[in-house]
Structures are given as structure tokens and as C-alpha cells.
Design a protein. Structure first.
Lengths: 334, 375, 311
């Protein structure tokens, strides 16, 4: 570790800072994103993973994403929630880059970090590089992928001609082969370009470090210093405000979370709201009275019928008894 | 009696508060202060690290799954004639049921991802080597339990997707020689999947597997404490000493932030894609193409290759290959005796890990592409 | 070198300076890194093990003069915790700094080895015996539904008048009543493919012999005679159980085609293409004088080369 301090490559510098800062920021950005989703302000459909990655790397992507959306008509999701989330990520990124930057200067570069605004200095540099480099990377990788997919299709076609299979290379093998071909080309280009971009950022940070003073403490002193940097001067204030914000967000969440599912199944769609018919007491009373009368008449009729059939039964009792006896014996058979 | 360094210094005429008296009461009977110190004051060589959070996150996810699972059981009925309807009831009628079911569903995916992350971290840090072989073995048993959790839980909604993914999955198990038929019939509760299958999967999912997981996790934690954290694989003694801190509060704090992030992420996933069931399970698949959970897709695609066609091919792919792979994993700490833990100085380990990652990603993506070609 | 014992005297090159009051361990290497010397009341000093020349049972000899030791900074107790207040695994495994041992007596009854061994083994035997009686019932309990008897009832599926041509598959849909365990009886939709086969196709289905069908115990319940022209195929594809169709294929003519994984069979059920491991499963079939087709509904294990009946 001590040796590569002197000759730390710009890629390593850029990657270390960006990786740590992105991970530091993402828990906070995720909270805003979930609140936006709960409110229904952001819909991602199939592009959830991509949107997450863009948000994760927001120090670099924050201005690049609108450019890419405009230039290439790609969608990362819909709704005004997205620009809001990216907007919120700016102060988060500045803070994260500041924290990570100061730690990096002390621990890895053994230099005094600049007194003020290190976070902002790194952030605007990262955003600037991202605004130009990232759309370029997007463009190149998209084009290369398109070409590679087409090339692998035709390669697989050729394969089919020469192969022994009558019906051509089987589907699963063909997909695997094509995916390997264009996948590796595409990934290689993506990785190379990403490394170049990170290296550019690393170089700018290295230039910032060159003008910084070296530290005087020993290793343990440095570790203690950046560690204690994380303890706020007014602990009560920070903890109370954090808890307070958390409670407020939770209350918001409880009130805006939809009670029933936003994606109902065919089986159980909520019935359309029907207007209740106006209640008219007099009418309902009289109609009920009428119903009672009709029912009473029906009961009277049924009773009469019962008496009549009973008489009939008495007459045909002998025959009926024999019949019921046979029935019951049939019923008792297993 | 030793001077208890961890207790705060008290002024000579300070009257103990109620809390302090309570603590003293418990401490006299239970040895509370010493136990607390032993549990929390564990030095982590090289300091607490974000890379180490996955174990605790897994415990957190399990707790959340148990909680949401218990809540779902208030309404879910595990019979073939009510499973589908009760699940739809949870989704459509119970307040926030859709969200809790979504949390449970995505939580299981999160668990698989974190298991993979945790295993990778242990592998890359060489933390399976002596004296941590037993930890690795118990960890593999836990992996088996987590996978079985996912497999058994998937059947419970009893829609087409659930029923057919299970049918195909159990058929694969059937290919095991000698015991395959018995195991398949045991799991299915008969020759074909039906009510007996649902009952057995339910019992496994809510009783047997949770008990197994808790027992194994307890053992895993105990072994971890006895073996001590392995720490970073690079760094001089001076650097490691300078950064060493205690498990509490530093590592626990990092674990908490990790848990919070995972919690928010699972909520996000549940909001992005709530659980939507297909039609109720039918014995005839009709137009539906069976597919397992996303984390099995790579294997599903592998078995589609002509290499694994035919009875022998099926045996190779469904039984021989995974068994050989599992044996390799189990034997890993016993044939990799080199004490070197720096991943950049273990080329075989690094290349194997990258190869497996690439293989899984490649075949998962291939399986998704293959959906277009199924008719 | 022996480990320094607590309470042993400490001697410099010139004279004794006190005794060992404490021992400090290194948390990483688990070795003794320092001893703390009482300095006879003038403030404890922490002395690195490097200063130690030899260690004897009750004496630690240092290689420096007492002035050097006195010049060391005073020992700060608040920078340390006892080993009871911290969890460092295996820390004290190889540390023996207390002279002597602390012991607890064995109860009289436990001093008899034979008694101990007997009761230990007896405990194991009883434990085994508690488990044993329930093991077999548990196994049978769990296995009850696994090997159910087959239902060999004849089911009417339709009339042969539906079949207009020879060697063409005609789907007959029927409903089967199933009662699983305690579940209410339900009806499931099933289908068979029936065809009236010409002698060539019939030859391919049967080969040389009549087809026998057995029940769970192996007794023959029915034989399909090879000269009866009606053949009924189970509607489930032998690959993985999907329902297949009768279609016109671009090169292979009229075939049975399974949409799941594209297994293709000709009219006699022989596999033409795809992952199917065996030909279509023929079912027991009989046709009454009035043309009513009846079958015994059977299911066979999917994905195997040999035909194994499971339902």
C-alpha cells in the first residue's frame, strides 16, 4: 500500500473515489426514489435496472442522462419523479464526494485535503466529464452492440449452412453462441471506455492533489483523523434531525402508499362504483307490506296443497310403503 | 474482582438511578456486563468493513421474510381449492396485502442475491481456508436451505407459473439414479403433483426449513466467533493494527446501514413490480411455458442444450453436473491448502470466480432471449 | 523461553525492581508482548518482552539497568481491558502466566469410572429405543400417498363416427373424476388422440406382439390386440407432459406436434424429431359394437426411455 502511494494510477484514484462515493450516496438516493415511486411520480417498467445504475453513478450521469434521453430517445422510466430524484442526488453527491475525497487524500495520498469545498470541486469536475464523455460512451457502445449483434447473427447463419444438423444449429446453442460473441465485444468496449473515463477523472483529482500539502502525522494518526471526521460536533442535533426526517418520511409513506394493488388481476378488478338509489321510506314500507301479503297468500296455498296430498297419501299408503322400503334398502348399500 | 473498564466512572456520592440498579440486579445474577462485553467487544483486524455486511444482512432478510411470511399466513390457505383464491384475496382485498406479499416475494430474491454476494466475499477473501473450513461447510448447508426455501415457496400461490415450475423442478430431481423416483414421489406426495404436494411444500416452507435455518445460522455464528474474523488479505501489521476497531458499534453500524439500504431496495422492487398471479393451476399447461424463478434460469437454459438431451444427457445435466459442482465446493477448503488469501495472488481462484459469474450471467440472459423462440 | 509468571520477581542488571503485576498480550499474534512491573511502589512500568533476558520459575531477568526501566513512561491502565471484557478467540489458549492451578473436586459418586461408563451407555440405549418405535410409523405415515393403486376403470370418450379418415389423429376430449385424499371430488379435462390405423401404421405401433397393460402389482388388466385397427394415444407428451396437437408439418407431412419443446411424432407415435425419449404412449382401448370408444386412463412417467406407469 505504501509503495503505490507515489505512483498511484489515475484509474485507481478515479475508481476508488467514485466507487466509494457512489455507494455512500445510494442509500439516501434510494429513499427519495422509493418515496417518488410510492407517490406514483416515477414508473420504470422494464428499465428498472438501468435506471438504478444511472442513479447509482449520478455524480457522472446527472447531466448526461437528459442528454442521452434527448439524443437517443432512450427511456429510463417515466414521470416527473425521475428529474426530481436526480436533482435530489446533487447535494447528496457533493456531500459524499467531499467525505470520500477527504478520506482518500488523508489515507491513500497522505496529503492535506483542501479546506473547503472539496466535495463540490470533485463533483463539478465529475459532472462535466460525465456530460461530455458519458453520452459519447453510450453512443459508441450502442453502435458497437448493434453491429456486433448483426455480425453474430450472420455468423450463426453461416454456422447453420456448414453444420451437420438438418434443421440448423439448435436454438439454445445458437442464442448462447451469438450472445457470447456480441456480449464479449460489447462488454469489452464498454469496460475500456469506462476505464478511460474514470482515468480522466482520476487525472483531474491527481492534479488537485499535487498542489496539496503533505501530512505530518504518522499512519495511526491519519486513520484516527479521518475516522473522527465522521463524528459530528453536535451529535444530538444530527441524530435528532435524522430521526425526525425519518419519522416524517415514514408518515408520508404511510399516507401515500396505495391500499390496494396498483396492478390488479383480471379475476378481481374492483367493481365500478354504483350510485346508491335514493331511499324513499313510504314507498319501501308499502312495497314491503305488499310482499308480506303475497307471501302469506303463498303459504296459505301451500298449506292447502299439503292437506290435499296428505289425503292422497292415506289412500295409496300400502303401495307407497312398499316403495319406500325398497328405496331405503338401496340407500343402505355401500 | 477486576475493575470493570467498560462501566462509567461514578462519583463517590452518586446515588444509583433505577436503571443502574436494575442493571446491577441482572449483572449479579446473569453476568450481564461481562456477557455484553464478550458479545460486543470483538476486535475486527483491519477494521470494520462494508464488504463484511452481507452476513448480517442475510440475517435481517430472514427476519423480514419470517415476519412477512407469518403475516401472510393469517390469510393464506394451503389447499388446492383455496390457495389461489386466498392469495388473490391478500393481493386485492387485504389492506396493503399486495405490498407485504410483494415484499415477501422480492425479499426472497434479495436473499438469493445476498447469499451469492456473501459467498463471493468469503471466497475472494479466502476466508474458507484453515481454520474456517467448518464455517464454509455450514455455509453451504445454509445455501441449500435458502434454495429450498425459494423452491418450496414458489408453489404456494398455486397459479400456472407456480405449479409448472415445481412440476419441472421435481422432474429434474427424479433423474437422480436409484433414489430419484422415491425423492420425487416423496416431495410430490404421489405420482403426480396435487394437494399432497402443496401440503408437503407448505410444511417444509413454514416449519422444517425455518427451524433448519435457525439452527444452522446459530451454528454458523458460533463457529464464526470461535474462528474470529479473517480480516483483510493485504496490509502490514502496522496498518491492520491502526484500523482495528470493535464489532460494536462500528461493524454493527455498517450492518445497519446495509440493512436499511436493502430494506428500501426491497420496498422499491415491491412498488416497481407487484406480484401478479397468472391463471389458476391446471393439469394441462395449455399455452403456458413453464419457467423457474429467475435465479434458476441459467440452469434451465443449460439443460436446453442438445448436449443434455436424451436419458443419459439428462442424467449428466440434471444430476452429475450439479453434484460434481457441489462436491467441488464442499472439498474446496480441503484441497486448497495454500494459506495465501490475497485474491490477486490466487489466479486460479480469481479466474474460476469470474468464469462462474460470466457463465451464470450469460445463460440467464440467454434464457430470457430464448422466450421469444418458444412457439 | 518460559512464560513470565504473575507475581514473580523482576531483576535488572543491577538490582531487583519489583514484581510482575500484569501481563499484556498482543491481540493479533496472541503472544505476550509486555510485562508490567510494580517498581516497588514508584509507579508501574510497562516493559517490552524484548528487554527480557531470561525467565525462570519465579524470576524475570532483564538485560537493562534499573535506570532505563525507570525512565520508561508510566503504565496507563485505562488503555487496556482484561481478557474477560473482550472477545478474542483462542487468545489465552497458549498463555500460562498463573503459577499453579485452580481446582474443583470431583463428587465422590463420579469417581467410579465403571459407574460413569455404564450410565452413559445406558442413556444412549434408552435414547435409541425411544426413537425406534416411532421411526417405522413415521416412514409409513409420510409414504402413504406415494404409491397409490391404479384406477383401471373403462371410460367412454366418444364414438368412432368422429373419425373420418384412416391414419389421421382425432382428439377426443373427456372428463375424468378425481378424488385426491380428503379433497372434494372434482372433474378434470383430459384428452386422447384416437386414430383408425391402416395395417402398415398398426405394424409400427405394435411390432410383433399384442400390447399388455398391468396394474400396480404387475397383473395384466388388458391386452390391446395388434389386429384391432383403433389406437388411442395418451394426450400427454412423453417428454414432459404437455398437451400436443395434430398438425401439417412443412417437410414431414401430417404429424403430432408438441408445442412445448417441439417433439414431433408420426401417426404411429414414433418419434421423428425433438427431445421426446420414446414414442407416444398407447392406452388400452376397446370399441363396442355401436362404435363407442372406451379407454383406461393411464399416465406414464415423462422423460424416460422406458414406459413406466404412474397413474
Amino acid at each position: 500500500m505504501a509503495e503505490d502511494r507515489e505512483a498511484m494510477s489515475p484509474t485507481k484514484i478515479g475508481f476508488s473515489i467514485l466507487w466509494s462515493a457512489c455507494w455512500t450516496g445510494i442509500p439516501i438516493k434510494a429513499v427519495f426514489a422509493v418515496l417518488a415511486m410510492t407517490m406514483g411520480l416515477a414508473h420504470f417498467e422494464g428499465r428498472f435496472g438501468l435506471a438504478f445504475l444511472m442513479l447509482f453513478a449520478s455524480p457522472v450521469t446527472v447531466f448526461a442522462v437528459p442528454i442521452i434521453i434527448a439524443m437517443f430517445e432512450t427511456q429510463f422510466g417515466e414521470g416527473i419523479g425521475l428529474p426530481i430524484i436526480f436533482g435530489m442526488s446533487i447535494p447528496v453527491d457533493i456531500w459524499a464526494l467531499g467525505l470520500v475525497g477527504r478520506t482518500f487524500f488523508l489515507e491513500r495520498l497522505r496529503k492535506e485535503p483542501p479546506h473547503d469545498g472539496l466535495g463540490f470541486s470533485i463533483w463539478w469536475r465529475a459532472a462535466l466529464i460525465g456530460t461530455f464523455f458519458f453520452p459519447l460512451l453510450w453512443c459508441i457502445v450502442s453502435r458497437v452492440t448493434e453491429i456486433a449483434i448483426a455480425a453474430s447473427h450472420s455468423m450463426a447463419e453461416m454456422e447453420r449452412m456448414r453444420h451437420l444438423f438438418d434443421t440448423g444449429l439448435p436454438i439454445a446453442e445458437r442464442i448462447g453462441l451469438e450472445l457470447t460473441i456480441w456480449g464479449s465485444i460489447s462488454s469489452a468496449v464498454l469496460i475500456v471506455l469506462a476505464v478511460i473515463g474514470i482515468s480522466i477523472l482520476g487525472q483531474t483529482i491527481r492534479r488537485m492533489a499535487e498542489v496539496a500539502r503533505p501530512v505530518s502525522e504518522n499512519y495511526q494518526g491519519l486513520i484516527t483523523r479521518w475516522d473522527l471526521m465522521r463524528v459530528p460536533t453536535d451529535q444530538g442535533l444530527l441524530l435528532t434531525s435524522l430521526a425526525g426526517v425519518g419519522v416524517v418520511f415514514s408518515l408520508m409513506f404511510w399516507s401515500i402508499l396505495p391500499v390496494t394493488t396498483p396492478h390488479p388481476h383480471e379475476c378481481c378488478k374492483k367493481p365500478d362504483v354504483r350510485v346508491e338509489p335514493v331511499f324513499k321510506p313510504v314507498e319501501s314500507l308499502s312495497s314491503s307490506a305488499q310482499r308480506v301479503a303475497t307471501l302469506a297468500a303463498q303459504i296459505g296455498a301451500m298449506e292447502q296443497q299439503k292437506v290435499a296430498t296428505k289425503d292422497q297419501k292415506e289412500k295409496g299408503k300400502g303401495k307407497v310403503e312398499a316403495g319406500t322400503a325398497k328405496d331405503s334398502s338401496a340407500k343402505t348399500k355401500p | 474482582m477486576d475493575i470493570k473498564h467498560s462501566s462509567p466512572t461514578t462519583l463517590p456520592d452518586h446515588q444509583p438511578s433505577t436503571i443502574e440498579k436494575l442493571v446491577a440486579f441482572l449483572d449479579e445474577r446473569v453476568g450481564l456486563k461481562e456477557m455484553q462485553a464478550k458479545m460486543l467487544n470483538e476486535p475486527i483486524p483491519g477494521g470494520s468493513r462494508w464488504a463484511y455486511v452481507f452476513g448480517s444482512i442475510l440475517l435481517f432478510i430472514f427476519a423480514m421474510q419470517a415476519l412477512t411470511g407469518i403475516l401472510l399466513m393469517f390469510y393464506y390457505v394451503p389447499t388446492a381449492d383455496h390457495a389461489y383464491a386466498s392469495t388473490q384475496y391478500i393481493i386485492h382485498d387485504v389492506d396493503y396485502g399486495w405490498f407485504l406479499l410483494g415484499y415477501h416475494f422480492w425479499g426472497s430474491s434479495a436473499m438469493v442475491v445476498c447469499v451469492f454476494a456473501h459467498m463471493s466475499q468469503v471466497f475472494l477473501w479466502g476466508a474458507y481456508k484453515k481454520p474456517r473450513e467448518l464455517l464454509w461447510l455450514v455455509g453451504l448447508a445454509l445455501l441449500g436451505v435458502v434454495i429450498t426455501f425459494g423452491f418450496t415457496g414458489y408453489l404456494l400461490p398455486w397459479d400456472q407459473r407456480a405449479f409448472w415450475a415445481t412440476t419441472v423442478g421435481v422432474e429434474i430431481l427424479d433423474k437422480t439414479p436409484i433414489v430419484g423416483d422415491f425423492i420425487a414421489r416423496f416431495l410430490k406426495g404421489g405420482p403426480t403433483p396435487g394437494q399432497m404436494t402443496l401440503s408437503r411444500f407448505f410444511v417444509l416452507h413454514v416449519m422444517i426449513l425455518p427451524a433448519a435455518l435457525m439452527a444452522l445460522a446459530g451454528l454458523h455464528l458460533f463457529l464464526f466467533r470461535v474462528a474470529a474474523p479473517a480480516g483483510p488479505f493485504t496490509g502490514t501489521v502496522e496498518e491492520i493494527k491502526a484500523k482495528t476497531d470493535y464489532f460494536f458499534p462500528r461493524q454493527i453500524w455498517k450492518d445497519m446501514v446495509g440493512m436499511a439500504f436493502v430494506f428500501v431496495s426491497i420496498c422499491g422492487l415491491a412498488l416497481w413490480e407487484p406480484v401478479v398471479l397468472l391463471d389458476e393451476a391446471q393439469p394441462d399447461p395449455g399455452d403456458y411455458h413453464p419457467e423457474p424463478e429467475w435465479y434458476f434460469l441459467f440452469y434451465f437454459q443449460l439443460l436446453r442444450l442438445k448436449l443434455f438431451a436424451g436419458e443419459f444427457g439428462q442424467f449428466m445435466g440434471a444430476v452429475a453436473l450439479p453434484v460434481v459442482f457441489m462436491i467441488l465446493l464442499v472439498a474446496l477448503p480441503f484441497f486448497d491448502k495454500d494459506p495465501e488469501r490475497n485474491i490477486f495472488k490466487r489466479p486460479i481462484a480469481l479466474i474460476s470466480w469470474i468464469a462462474i459469474m460470466v457463465f451464470i450471467i450469460l445463460f440467464t440472459v440467454a434464457s430470457v432471449i430464448n422466450r421469444e423462440f418458444l412457439d | 523461553m518460559l512464560q513470565p509468571k504473575l507475581k514473580s520477581k523482576v531483576r535488572c542488571t543491577d538490582h531487583d525492581i519489583g514484581e510482575v503485576t500484569k501481563v499484556v498480550l498482543d491481540p493479533l499474534s496472541h503472544e505476550i508482548s509486555h510485562i508490567v512491573v510494580s517498581m516497588n511502589g514508584s509507579g508501574e512500568r510497562q516493559v517490552a518482552m524484548g528487554h527480557v533476558q531470561t525467565v525462570m520459575e519465579d524470576l524475570v531477568q532483564l538485560r537493562a539497568p534499573s535506570t532505563d526501566i525507570l525512565a520508561l513512561p508510566p503504565f496507563k491502565r485505562e488503555d487496556y481491558v482484561t481478557t474477560h471484557e473482550v472477545e478474542i478467540s483462542h487468545l489465552e489458549d497458549n498463555i500460562h502466566v498463573t503459577p499453579g492451578e485452580v481446582l474443583v473436586p470431583l463428587p465422590d459418586l463420579e469417581k467410579n469410572v465403571k459407574r460413569r461408563t455404564f450410565f452413559m451407555n445406558f442413556t444412549h440405549v434408552i435414547g435409541f429405543l425411544i426413537g425406534l418405535p416411532i421411526a417405522y410409523p413415521i416412514l409409513r405415515f409420510l409414504m402413504k400417498p406415494m404409491y397409490a393403486d391404479f384406477d383401471n376403470e373403462w371410460l367412454k370418450v366418444g364414438n368412432v363416427s368422429k373419425i373420418k379418415q384412416n391414419d389421421v389423429g382425432v382428439q377426443f376430449k373427456y372428463k375424468k373424476k378425481v378424488k385426491e385424499a380428503y379433497m372434494p371430488e372434482s372433474e378434470i379435462d383430459k384428452n386422447v388422440w384416437v386414430l383408425r390405423a391402416t395395417p402398415e401404421v398398426l405394424e409400427k405401433v405394435y411390432g410383433e406382439k399384442d400390447m399388455e397393460f398391468r396394474d400396480a402389482k404387475g397383473k395384466v388388466v388388458w391386452t390391446n390386440k395388434k389386429d384391432i385397427p383403433y389406437v388411442a394415444f395418451s394426450g400427454k407428451c412423453p417428454h414432459l407432459g404437455c398437451a400436443f396437437k395434430w398438425r401439417q408439418h412443412k417437410t414431414l407431412g401430417q404429424v403430432f406436434l408438441c408445442p412445448c419443446h417441439l417433439s414431433i411424432y408420426d401417426a404411429s407415435g414414433t418419434v421423428l424429431d425433438g427431445p421426446a425419449p420414446r414414442a407416444l404412449d398407447a392406452l388400452p382401448v376397446r370399441v363396442s359394437a355401436g362404435g363407442e370408444v372406451e379407454i383406461i386412463d393411464m399416465e406414464f412417467k415423462a422423460g424416460t426411455k422406458s414406459r413406466i406407469r404412474i397413474v
